[in-house]
Design a protein around this ligand. Structure first.
Ligand code: PA5
Length: 435
């Protein structure tokens, strides 16, 4: 089946084997903090054993509700922001057809899927309503607190649309709320109106919640095999539990980025060569940014999609300020490939590529880029996965979550809180005159 591998040989000018070995004692401590549940923020570390402990009955209900939505809805709108949004979007982008919403329905096998509530743009909402039109609509509003402004506003708009169209009861059958088990404005409304509800577990923080109903319901509506996703996560839980750096690629990644950070490499670029990774990168940015960026510390997580961004950010990465390192996520075998065919007369000069596959060209682009960046004093880390599939999605999610928890403890911060997120909200509410 292949494996997920982590390779830091193209960062060896910055990180030595010895330095990594010397970090083992600190890694042991971080491991103990996380696994014993004694570390800062551990009340939100329920994701750690989630692939084992998740509620099977609720999981089955997620599948049932998703099957109904797949059968009945023309359009499904997922409303949420941050940790209540990025996980589902990352999976759907990675695992469904790049032009899924434009495919004929019978090819897609379910509704078109859109997202709302992740901004307050009137243009975005208006244009989304245009797309929905008068087609059969189901919505999933995802908000732990139930009071986050962006999704609450979008939900108000969509709830009104559904109620005007189908009446309160009909609307109630088409609204699924994923929220707190017992408190909050959304939970109260859901109970009063009789919405189908799913729980955002107290012990799993937003950015770690994709494998709970927060992510799983939209993922299942996209026709993705949830059992395979959870199997990937369960294998990852088992494999990335060992504390020896030599046997744990998640811990090695955490340790190497910690060493690079301490040598002034304060920006990490997650580089991918498949556009379908763009929202996975957004999910990863939130995971590491919110977990580590506190107390005036932390690596700034950024993302690039290659080769696209080599034609925009490539210059900076190669020659600009030397505070960067890249982490490339590479897929060994794409789902589809194409062979370049010979053209008579070679009018475009590309016949030297005859017989090669696009994947091979992509691979040479990656190798050439990593070599150039190494020569330009940019350390390169490489994470390879065998393929893009539900199983490997689950494996990667847990891999990065585990690496992030360890990395946060190595940095000396609480990787499970996000006190800084409140600052903009306080100002915004004051400016809006909220009592
Ligand atoms: O990671 C987090 O905690 C945040 O990104 C939240 O998920 C986000 O702010 C949305 O919060 P809520 O689910 O309460 O609407």
């Amino acid at each position: 089946m292949g494996d997920l591998t982590f390779d830091y040989s193209m960062a060896d000018a910055f990180v030595s084997e010895q330095e990594l070995e010397n970090l083992q004692t600190k890694v042991d401590l971080a491991h103990e903090l996380l696994e014993s549940g004694q570390g800062p923020g551990s009340e939100y570390a329920g994701w750690l054993n989630w692939p084992e402990t998740y509620d099977r009955a609720e999981f089955a209900r997620v599948k049932e509700v998703a099957a109904t939505i797949r059968e009945k809805a023309d359009v499904f709108v997922v409303i949420g922001i941050g940790g209540s949004y990025l996980g589902a979007r990352s999976a759907l982008s990675l695992l469904t057809h790049a032009f899924s919403n434009q495919l004929p329905r019978d090819k897609r096998g379910g509704p078109e899927i859109y997202f709302a509530g992740q901004n307050v743009s009137p243009d975005y909402l208006t244009q989304l309503l245009d797309i929905v039109g008068d087609r059969e609509l189901y919505i999933n509003v995802v908000s732990k607190s139930g009071t986050t402004l962006e999704p609450a506003l979008a939900f108000r708009v969509f709830r009104r649309l559904l109620e005007e169209r189908y009446g309160r009861e009909g609307a109630g059958r088409r609204i699924i709320a994923t929220t707190d088990r017992e408190k909050g404005a959304l939970k109260k409304l859901a109970d009063e109106e009789g919405y189908e509800t799913f729980v955002v577990p107290d012990e799993v923080g937003g950015r770690y919640s994709v494998l709970t109903p927060v992510g799983l319901l939209p993922i299942a509506v996209g026709g993705i095999d949830l059992d395979a996703v959870m199997a990937g996560a369960a294998d990852a839980q088992r494999l990335y539990k060992v504390k020896e750096l030599g046997n744990n690629p998640a811990y090695r990644y955490a340790a190497v980025r910690n060493l690079l950070y301490n040598k002034g490499k304060t920006v990490e670029l997650l580089a991918t060569y498949e556009p379908s990774f763009s929202y996975f990168t957004e999910w990863w940015k939130q995971l590491f940014g919110e977990s580590e960026g506190k107390e005036n510390k932390g690596i700034f997580p950024a993302g690039v999609n290659f080769t696209t961004d080599l034609h925009s950010l490539g210059q900076y990465i190669q020659d600009g300020y030397r505070h960067l390192f890249t982490t490339t996520v590479w897929v060994d075998k794409p789902a589809a490939d194409m062979t370049i065919i010979d053209e008579e007369g070679n009018p475009d000069g590309l016949n030297y590529l005859t017989g090669k596959s696009l994947h091979e060209v992509n691979l040479r682009a990656r190798e050439g880029t990593m070599l150039a960046h190494t020569e330009g004093s940019v350390p390169n880390l490489l994470i390879s996965v065998p393929e893009i599939s539900p199983y490997w999605y689950g494996r990667m999610v847990y891999y990065f979550e585990k690496a992030c928890g360890i990395s946060g403890y190595l940095l000396g911060v609480n990787p499970f809180d996000q006190p800084g997120v409140e600052a903009y909200k306080k100002n915004m509410f004051r400016l809006l005159g909220k009592m």
